[in-house]
Design a protein around this ligand. Structure first.
Ligand SMILES: Cc1cc2nc3c(=O)[nH]c(=O)nc-3n(C[C@H](O)[C@H](O)[C@H](O)COP(=O)(O)OP(=O)(O)OC[C@H]3O[C@@H](n4cnc5c(N)ncnc54)[C@H](O)[C@@H]3O)c2cc1C
Length: 334
């Protein structure tokens, strides 16, 4: 079995940044990714636009030239693929990692198909997007229900219910309404979330005022059927049916805590934030690191590409025994 200096689990922007830093430092590396390269971004809504300006999501010091200011999904996919090719990153795609175990000074990484890889150091960069927050209600696994919004045209002239009131929910509601979809947003709170991007707020609120997007606040969906959802009003207890040909459950995502635990990483029982050194990103398992959004626990909105990409340099500095690059304090840019 070939031994690597570093194995990186996850081929998102932060995992790729770690691969680049390893390659720059002359470390042999392998990136194991359960899907395609930058699988999470590939799953983003097709017409989404990043809120960050392009230079803030660059990796490896490679410029990200676009004609506008903020990149769309396809531009980001092109950019990260080109970055991986430029640095000749060693990737194995469609390889889902099941666990990472340390014996003496060597880690063995096992995939779900039983393949084994070994390395001196391992970096977990598995993000959060593979794990939707399930509501665990009847009907949630029906084929017309999805935890990922994709594109608007499929849904024109149908009834769509969106569960959630965050950025993703608001962006989907606006795009669907503009493609002749009868949209209803159901949310347990009494308004859209306060974290919704400020430039979206007047747009969505005006559409709600005009009756073009319907909202059912203070309410939860208790059941999904083939053509409708059942909604329970948390204040009055009233139960109503809303027509729904399609349902998007956009209630967020959370890092895979089970995977981290299987790798012997300790997690805070409430926040699910892994135990790690704030400067070196090394976990309670010496030689095993966390990088990017995976370290956010339930606070997924606090770590994104802009700040998560910086973890890579600190980790590789630590592995190389160099002075560790200081990662900037978290900046709330949203
Ligand atoms: C719609 C949307 C818009 C966004 N816009 C911005 C923005 O403008 N600016 C910004 O900075 N951030 C933005 N974000 C957040 C940002 O995309 C994420 O924080 C970012 O992808 C984190 O990078 P990552 O490499 O840590 O994780 P990811 O990009 O999620 O990569 C993790 C990778 O690990 C893989 N993986 C998971 N488990 C395993 C396993 N067991 N074995 C092997 N591989 C595995 C996944 O398939 C995935 O490819 C946005 C997010 C969304 C949803």
């Amino acid at each position: 079995m070939q031994h690597y200096d570093v194995i990186i689990v996850g081929g998102g922007p932060c995992g790729l940044a770690a691969g680049i830093e390893a390659a720059k430092s002359g470390l042999s590396h392998l990136i194991l990714e359960m899907g395609s390269l930058t699988e999470s971004i590939r799953q983003y809504p097709r017409r989404m636009r990043f809120f960050s300006t392009a230079e803030n999501i660059e990796i490896g010091g490679l410029p990200f030239p676009i004609s506008g200011v903020k990149a769309g999904r396809d531009e980001a996919l092109q950019y990260y693929r080109k970055a991986a090719a430029y640095y000749k990153l060693n990737t194995k795609l469609f390889q889902e990692v099941w666990d990472v175990q340390k014996q003496d000074d060597l880690f063995t990484v096992t995939t779900t198909t039983g393949d084994l890889y070994q390395a001196r150091k391992v970096i977990m960069a598995t993000g959060y997007f593979t794990r939707p927050r399930w509501l665990n209600i009847p009907g949630e696994t029906l084929p017309q229900v999805s935890h990922y919004y994709d594109e608007p045209f499929k849904y024109s002239f149908t009834n769509v219910v969106i569960i959630g009131a965050s950025n993703s929910a608001v962006e989907a509601a606006l795009e669907l309404y503009r493609h002749d979809v009868n949209v209803t947003v159901v949310h347990r709170g009494d308004d859209f979330r306060s974290t919704v991007k400020y430039w979206l707020v007047p747009d969505v609120k005006n559409r709600v005022r005009e009756g073009k997007i319907k909202t059912v606040f203070d309410s939860v969906v208790t059941q999904i059927d083939e053509k409708s959802v059942t909604v329970n009003n948390l204040k009055t207890g009233d139960e109503t049916q809303i027509p729904a040909d399609f349902v998007f459950v956009l209630t967020g995502y959370i890092p895979d805590a089970d995977l981290l635990r299987r790798c012997s990483i300790d997690l805070d029982p409430v926040t699910q934030v892994p135990v790690f050194n704030q400067e070196t990103f090394e976990t309670n398992v010496p030689g095993l690191y966390v990088c990017g959004t995976v370290l956010a626990g339930i606070y997924t909105e606090k770590v994104f590409i802009e700040n998560g990409r910086e973890h890579a340099q600190a980790i590789i500095d630590h592995i190389m025994g160099r002075e560790v690059h200081k990662v900037a304090e978290l900046i709330q840019r949203i």
